[in-house]
Design a protein around this ligand. Sequence first.
Ligand code: SF4
Ligand code: SF4
Ligand code: SF4
Ligand code: FES
Length: 851
Amino acid sequence: MAKITIDGNTREVADGTLILEAAMEQGIDIPTFCYMARLAPLASCRMCLVEIEGQGKLQPSCATTVADGMVVRTDTPLVAETRKSMLELLLANHPLDCPVCDKSGECELQDQVFEYGAGEARFQDQKRVFYSKDIDLNPVIIFNAQRCIQCQRCVRICEEVVGAVALGTVEKGMDTKVTGFENSLAGCDHCGNCIEVCPVGALMSTPYRYKARPWDLKETDTICPYCGTGCHLSISVRDGQLSRVRSKYETGVNGETLCVKGRFGIDFIDGDNRLRTPLVRKEGGLTAVSWEEAAAFIAERADGAIEKGGSGLGGLASPRLNNESLYLFQKLMRTAFRTNSIDSSSRWSAAGPGAYQSLEGLFGGLYARRSLHQVLEADCILILGATVTDETPVTEYMVRGVARSRGTKLFIASARPSRLDSEAISSLRFVPGAEAYLLSALLNGIEGAEKTFANMGALKKSLLKAAKTPPPEFGEFLEKARTAFGAAESVTLLIGADLLRSPGAAAALSMVHGLGRVLDALGKRAEVQFLFDRPNQMGAWELGVLPGLLPGWRPVGDAAVRAPFEEAWGASLPADSGADFRRMLERSEAGKMDVLYVAGSDPLLSYPDGGLVESALSKARLLIVQDAFMTGTARLADVVLPAATFAEEPGTFTNNEGKVQELRPIRRPAFESKPNAEIFALVAEALGRDLGPVSPDAVFAEIAHLVPSYRGLSRDGLGDDGSYTRPFAEENGGDLDDPPLAAPRRTKGLELVTGDSMFHSGYLSGNSPVLGNLSAKAYVEMNPDAAAGLELADGSGVVVRSSHGEMKARLKLNKRFPAGVVFVPDNFADARLNRLLKHGEYPCPVEVQRE
Ligand code: SF4
Ligand code: SF4
Ligand code: SF4
Ligand code: FES
């Protein structure tokens, strides 16, 4: 600790603290431009200069650390005069065009000139002009170079946090010019973080340009609807219309950053494809009707089927819906439609009941329900089955941060390469399906680990099986990871969505348990967190939107488990385990599905066996689709119920950290759409059931009463930072099984994998005009050598063919791609990739040929 006196106040602060930060802690305001807590100090703007006793020259407080006995003064005449001079210098070249500048009213230069400036300009020289016009750097960023004050926050956030290195500088001093490659931004993510940190109106958002003045905007804080990182968004609206989305300094898991989807993709709420009124199929076509008519239609068509009961009813809901809606959905299906055939995982055809059993165990203990920042403080991090850069970009920024600043040992094992690989000690490319094998081989080589296997029950067999002959391509990765894990005191495993796509999901999750146990037995702290690319996968699962499981992962077949729900809901519940979405489709295809209720999901676009999905959905006797958009699935429906988007209804999401965060509506639902919760209540009422109060407070209270991991939480108590759910069981309680270990697959042909791209992750992004403009069509990505062997050139049109179907797209070559792997982003409506994919098979063997 160091004792330091600032402006007469003496305090002890930690060694290594910057004077600026020590002053901030004491509530002393020092003006800055180039400083940002998250970025390496540059000390270029000289606004933060302070006097230090015993030192002849003023020192930059943003780059000088405290020393014991130091006496600092921040408000002397010399300091004030110097600040005035620095501002005068900046204004010498700054165009005084505040009346037409988008930043006016929230510009740091304006504020500081007002607070510390001279009040008049003495420089009469010609101002420096870099370019006579503003430059469109790309579709979302416009640059006015004259306004730049050379703080380089943009360049540093792009390089240090985003990792894109799309911006740089040329020349020096006052002539320093921020630039991209030839005035465009090659390799830019379009995340807009450079716009966010620019203190002046130099870097500006094109979609927001000339739209509003800050004082005309109504700002609402809410949570991003795209991925499970759960970033805070501040959404500004003018006259009910979306104006812009920003992040807030030091707020939420994301701090001042967002990715392109969060910052520019929220415009889907005003997309052309919004549903306006309820629709009912009459004489073959969908016809606009009133809500009453739609509800009566459902009641009339569903009544007989409910009375008949049995397996002819079921529902699918999206993990993009909020907690309250998901909870009400399963309550509606169980009490009004009297079925346990409920699912929320339509993208993972290969993950069956075994996988959910393992997930339940993980949710009970090893899964860390605490901040990602804390979880990333481990000595070693292993990312398994995820392409973090594209799927959960802000999580990627954080992982990069710890790898660089703390020297955390990062390992990545995934099918696709990503920018994060360059931060890793070692990256392994492998075809999905061999995750359990990989983990087993890793554990087997950690020093001293084998001695712990004796206590691992049946798992011992699989632990010993893999390691004897690890394939050569695993060699270097395994060697480095075993050494690092062996030396580490703490290990974090981050699991991505890819792991759940493969038929090996259950085995992989069992082995994750094994990893936790073995590391624990070795005296190390092991934690798991998920990297889901949907905002509320955690909520969907824990609130019972799964076949066979009531909220809290509890088996519906057990009468004692059902009893409290029956009491709370005033209804007896069916006891059968229900069907997953696959079985619902099979029944429908066989003409045995009376009612299928799809809420917020478009399986026609996303579920494997696209051909079967289309045929099966068409054969359901009553297909109810509740959505904000006219999706492909909605076009097949008998009744379509227009729902609010995430930005038009209250509720909560539970993010990958297990944190429950509040969604605040920015406006009332568009057109005649209604909040999802209200629609479920309306449908229940039409069927003669009462779902009870459906206000967000009431539903949340019910969840907190019935779901162990939500116990003790209240909506009021969530506050701005949210509250963590809790583990509900002891991890070390149960027996571990002996999962089958699939050795890494070796084929001579090509294997197709899929997932999100940076600009697209499902039909929300598909309805965003800005994201659509950045990435309108699906593409095929593969290794240049593999492409050359097939005489395919970059950008050429290709056909990808599986045993199931084919699709056409342009080829994109990526030399970091493994030779045998082909990637096509999923959920592009033009490609209908799901027509190629087969249920239960992942990755999918394909051929690629010239079109
Ligand atoms: S938008 Fe993002 S990636 Fe592009 S230049 Fe700005 S910070 Fe860098
Ligand atoms: S463009 Fe903005 S953030 Fe970048 S150096 Fe100039 S003033 Fe600073
Ligand atoms: S990282 Fe995820 S939650 Fe954050 S802004 Fe991007 S899509 Fe939204
Ligand atoms: S903020 Fe310290 S020199 Fe710029």
